[in-house]
Ligand binder design. Structure first.
Ligand code: PEP
Length: 256
């Protein structure tokens, strides 16, 4: 199984680090640890308040946000796609499990956010994943998440869509590689998501969409997700706060 696109590495900082100064330093270190590896697409997604500062530090990596709403208006606390674009944001993460869990996001909200982001020309990164560890069958929950999120998506937007398979049980396990899904599980998730994309959009639609993996990715397991797992990239949480680890992850992805 081969995909022709460059591998996509997304650094999701979550609610880290604690200050603007530290965010600037971290961005600078990641930029210098990764900028020599040309054969990969890199995205850094800091918390909202640090977007302008981090954006200023980046030349190689693109700027990403961790959330978005679908428009401007009377939506206190929300941020619109155009506002993000005006700061140089190119990618938006949508429907991360931590937002589903801690901010009560539903598949219907995620659908609105996804349509808003794609309609405005942003690259959208849709996160899906089951909450409980499964046997050999992929959870129907993932199918439901993908189908609902993509309800109002136009076929011509698919080129700007990435779907992240991020099983909730594999996120931030803190046990280094032990808690991640297996490359085989990731591969089966890829097949399952491709089948849904084909059923919704027909023919070769799924070829336009990048399908990546997230959940306890480290330098030790990245290569197996990209090769055996046939993933087009990875979403990295904890390891993205360590410039050495994310540098190594990008180096390995770019060497394939
Ligand atoms: C994430 O939550 O996006 C993620 C991949 O986290 P971690 O790498 O820490 O498991």
């Amino acid at each position: 199984y081969t995909t022709s696109m460059k591998k996509l590495i997304i650094a999701n900082w979550k609610a880290n680090p604690e200050s603007a100064v530290k965010a600037t330093v971290l961005a600078e270190k990641i930029e210098s640890a990764t900028s020599i590896y040309k054969n990969a697409d890199i995205v850094i997604a800091p918390p909202f308040p640090f977007l302008p500062l981090v954006g200023d530090m980046l030349s190689r990596a693109r700027l990403g946000s961790q959330d978005v709403w679908n428009t401007e208006g009377p939506y206190t606390g929300m941020v619109s796609p155009r506002q993000l674009k005006s700061l140089g944001v190119a990618y938006v993460i949508i429907g991360h499990s931590e937002r589903r869990i801690h901010a009560g996001e539903t598949d219907d909200m995620i659908q609105k956010k996804l349509a808003g982001a794609l309609a405005s020309g942003l690259q959208a990164v849709l996160c899906v994943g089951e909450t409980e560890r499964q046997g050999s069958e992929l959870s129907a929950m993932v199918g439901e998440q993908v189908r609902t999120a993509l309800k109002s998506i136009k076929k011509e937007w698919l080129r700007r869509l990435t779907v992240v398979y991020e099983p909730v049980w594999a996120i931030s396990t803190m046990a280094d590689t032990a808690g991640a899904a297996t490359p085989d599980t990731a591969f089966r998730a890829r097949m399952y998501i491709e089948k849904i994309l084909t059923s919704l959009f027909g023919g070769r639609a799924s070829r336009d969409v990048r399908i990546i993996y997230g959940g306890s990715v480290t330098p030790a397991n990245i290569t197996s997700f990209l090769t055996e797992g046939a993933m087009d990239g990875v979403l990295v949480g904890k390891a993205s706060l360590d410039p050495k680890k994310i540098g190594e992850i990008v180096r390995l992805a770019a060497s394939l």
